[in-house]
Design a protein. Sequence first.
Length: 182
Amino acid sequence: MDIAGLPDRIAAGIQLLISGDKPKPGGLSLGKCYYYADGSNNFWALLYDSGLSSEALTWQDDKELSRLGIGLTDLNKSDELGSGHIRLEALVREFRPQCMAFNGKGVAKDYVRQAGTHERVELGLQDWRIADTEVFVLPSSSGLNTHPLLLGRDELLLDKPAWWAQLAMHLGRRSRAGVAET
């Protein structure tokens, strides 16, 4: 099946799989065939500043992320008509990442709606899983997401970069003191 949209950037041995929603039709990411190629999206800075990536990368390096144990996909490809959760679950089963992260609360809610599970979605580590893999919901890296503080699970109130750092700490990629671990 030919899935329209960006190709998945996943390889064996990934620790983290990050799923966005889908690139905007006619947007820079689709046009350039790279994830998060829109200059207003903070994905690449958040990835590095949080400690999730040990290297400062740009959208032109999206194929390099799997080397760092991170995979990229989108929940919805343009030909899936609301059934992207099936493909996403299959990817999680196949590649067995330690954690599945949604880049945005909206995409996580869309996954729950598509899967028909009615799980509660808040920022942070969820109390539900996908194919036995833990789930973490990040605030969207979009430049349009400008909320200074965001409320998450257990009433935790953090800014966008701190939520991304929470995921890095959870995965052992960043220490509590804020120093990225090697």
